[in-house]
Design a protein around this ligand. Sequence first.
Ligand code: CDV
Length: 312
Amino acid sequence: MSRVIKVGGAQLGPIQRAESKESAVARMVALMEQAHREGCTFVVFPELALTTFFPRYYVEDPTEFAKFYEREMPNPVTRPLFEKSAEYGIGFYLGFAELAEEDGKTRHFNSSVLVDQSGRVVGKYRKVHLPGHGEFDPERSFQHLEKYYFEPGDYGFPVWRSMDGIFGMCLCNDRRWPETYRVMALQGVEFIALGYNTPSVNSQRPEERGDERIFHSDLTVQAGAYQNATFVAAIAKAGNEDGNPLIGGSIIVHPSGRVLARAETEEDELITAVCDLDDTIFYKQTIFDFARHRRPEHYTRIVEQTGVILPD
Ligand code: CDV
């Protein structure tokens, strides 16, 4: 049985704050149509793909605040994507802001869904590693209020058997943490879909700019793929959103760590790569055969400790 999927990385250019969700979805549908013409069977969209990267704004007005979130997925605005998915036989990953009513509480998460080639949601992920801060910070050149808008995800890092492979998801800052990939790799993950919004400037270190930001993004994604014997598609929302630049640099990475495809622009751009999921097997059975080589008795600090404990 062939387990080859042609993956489309659907990078989005900027979404201005005034742009409607309907317009963002129309742009994604156009990318999905292009992916269909190019023979893709799976498409990865960015994190928070329906709106501007709103955690850069401090919004208190509850009506404005509520507009950023989706109460269900699919919903009337996103349905065209699910219909195209079923029509073309293309599975996809989509990042969005989720509002959930659970246990009598209103909860907010930075989430993504995995959709199979019949347009059916097979899994949902809620971002675990929320960067930034929870209150307005006058010291920063711009805000990064993910801890204000979202609570940390409560699903961990599950994987799903779907589309003849084992799929996992994560979101943006998760890619910088080796635990993200390893927890999925311990469940046999073969393909990780990952969307991101990364400002081109570090608000707390102005000299850290585009090239270095892309270098760190590549470094973490390529290492995560290789050390865990999995494909990773890391797909950006890029470009200048109302004066706030985001890096592009979307990549699709092979389990060898090699980059198979890279975006050249900061606009809507489809990159593609043929991914044979069986390419993961060699690495999983040799250098990263976890069952033979891992020594978890020496890794207890990783789960027992959060911050650093210095030696006496
Ligand atoms: N959306 C993100 O999670 N962005 C973060 C910030 C810290 C730059 C990132 O890791 O890219």
